[in-house]
Ligand binder design. Sequence first.
Ligand SMILES: *Cc1c(COP(=O)(O)O)cnc(C)c1O
Length: 512
Amino acid sequence: MMNNQGRPTNNNAASDAQITGYKSYTGSRGLEQEELLIYEIGDTQRTGVDLPEVEDFKSCLGDVERDQEIGLAGLSEPEAMRHYTRLSRKNYAIDMGLYPLGSCTMKHNPRLNEKMARLPGLGDIHPMQPLSTVQGALDLIDTLAHWLKTLTGMPAVAMSPKAGAHGELCGLMAIRTALEAKGDGRSIVLAPESAHGTNPATAALCGYKVVSIPATSEGRVDLAAMKDAMGPEIAAIMVTNPNTCGLFEREIVEMADAIHAVGGYFYCDGANFNAIVGKVRPGDLGVDAMHINLHKTFSTPHGGGGPGAGPVVLSEALAPYAPIPYVVAGEEEFNMVEHDVEGGESFGRMTAFHGQMGMFVRALSYMMSHGADGLARVAEDSVLNANYVLASLKDVMSASYEGPCMHEALFDDHFLKDTGVSTLDFAKAMIDEGYHPMTMYFPLVVHGAMLVEPTESESKQSVDQFIEMMRHLVKAAKGGEVERFSGAPYNAPLKRLDETGAARNPKLRWED
Ligand SMILES: *Cc1c(COP(=O)(O)O)cnc(C)c1O
């Protein structure tokens, strides 16, 4: 059905996998090779490099010097190449297909960004080089900072945090320092029920007690409950907008006013900025601090693909407490402020250097190649694609909330009731169909959540194929094909894994 060029297309992959059920001698499937662990194929004597003997040297390690072999398995260069290439083919990637993980914005990373990041003047520099030799790189950081401030309508930005969660930590540390500067030792941070786990974790790490605010039946923060919780002990509220149900928090200005009225700060989790970039400026909504996941909205690689970057925009009130180091544009040249100025109030340093340079280059490249109109289109198209998914599936799956969504469509598992197919089974069957599952069981406010974020970089054809596949699976589940789901994935290199066991009881050391 998906192929109308005369090549046979298999619409029944699960049963087909059962029919061909004989195993190959090698464990490989077609030309996808089975691969053992590096400890099984390598040994401590093998290496891909031939280094000269170390000359006499004096160790500075004293009695902490290792006296045994480190015991890491080595491979020759071609063996190492094959090992990792084979493993990579068992992995999924945005370059292979739609990656519908909600709240993750798994969009295409334009190759232009990669080309820019590899320019020798940007890719081959070192953070300890003299500033006079990296003026262009500092200019780039300053320019990116300018556009982040412009897009968010905020006066300041801390560039150094290295992920969204790290940005949250930065924002809350600035808030805590600002309060302490006034001698105000507040103890509570509010977070809505639908919050990403990093929000309460960050607040707890900063020593705050986390109080949860319930959601309304519409999937938004219950403003009345939030106002009831207000008081002199509230240091901040952390709200995601659009929220993790894929809905815009329409009462966000009222929330900001309520928290400001009791002397607290408004932290906005900006991970979902993709839905509103170029359309809404969080600074206009009363936000005091917000992290921006460059690896989501601005297309820098993430997941297994690369480090993140989580710059934090700050309001006038919080700007003095921003972390060091930061770049300042002087009359003649750019400078890096490494130590707090005399009488300064910076809360300190979060990272050794200035942040994730490679991600800065990619994000700026993405912004400049899109332009202001292109960035607004990003928001429009991401919202359009998500609504197309929602509208095309809500007759067979259960949409959690009425009405249109923002950049992601939230379903729950009511449609699977009495089918004998669990939410997890359904996700695993998607793998057999060549799709990475969407975000499962998050947000926690609905039963068996399935959060689909197609992003704007998917074509209509690609989204249509996804919808067609999902409708097919729903029909199979409702039609009693339980086995197809309960043992899924049948076609993956490894079958159903005990993911909880692996997380609770990780084996971190190879033992013969
Ligand atoms: C992704 C995400 C985060 C955390 O960002 P990381 O870069 O993964 O640390 C926080 N909040 C929300 C809503 C997110 O989607």
